[in-house]
Design a protein around this ligand. Sequence first.
Ligand SMILES: N[C@@H](CCC[C@H](N)C(=O)O)C(=O)O
Length: 281
Amino acid sequence: MLLHFYKMTGAGNDFVMVDNRDLSLTPHLDAETIEALCNRRFGIGADGLLAVEPSRGQGDYRMRYYNADGSEADMCGNGARCFAAFASALTDGDLGDISFETAAGLIRARFEDDGNITISLTTPKDLQINVLPADDTVLAPVHFINTGVPHAVVFLPSVEDLDIVEAGSYLRYHKAFSPAGTNANFAAILNPQHLQIRTYERGIEDETLACGTGMTATALLHAALTDAPSPIKLDVAGGDTLSIGFKRDGLNFTDVTLTGPALFVFEGDIELTGEIELEQH
Ligand SMILES: N[C@@H](CCC[C@H](N)C(=O)O)C(=O)O
């Protein structure tokens, strides 16, 4: 079977995008196939795959997100911006606001005049300060919040030279976060409203160049710990700077937004047996 796909990137977090509005792809979107499509040496190469599906009652569409290892996750922040642009383009949208269901809840997307996209996230939950103490691997106390998917967050004086795979995989598989595991974020405070962040992602099992729900988790925990006001900007490993907005009442956060880019990279067809045939333009 020949699968038509699009490749998009949200601040360096990259995705295979497929149109499954008629649900004809559903039998083909198994974990093994998704892992093969996301493989960077034998497939298209991506951190994950996003499928546009019909709404089941709430919103204009349903967003399905799969990590590069084929596991399905409840939410993806960078993916949600790419999903909004892709779904809007598929339906010749006028780039007006759209909304879509995710397993984490309803997400709204707004297309900004500068080309960025702002998504409104679901209300974060399970905020915990000092879940784990500093030790030889993570070097500072570990905090936690679920911003659609689980995130551990560690604030350090610098994240430039940190071994993210070592520290990230340690937290990702730590018994404190089992059985679901967690994504792991490491951030340095540049000024009260500006952070630098690096993220190890569950399901990719490596550092990614950006993680939207991870940026959100880190900004909210930073605000909870320091009283920093909204918005908070974050420099990500891919080179972009994104912005998190929120309202806060103590440790409760509402009206959480993530603003950043979503870009088309290329489109093509791939035979699901493995041969890639790119379209000529
Ligand atoms: N890259 C995403 C998060 C994707 C899900 C994550 N890997 C998980 O399994 O929890 C983002 O931009 O939020």
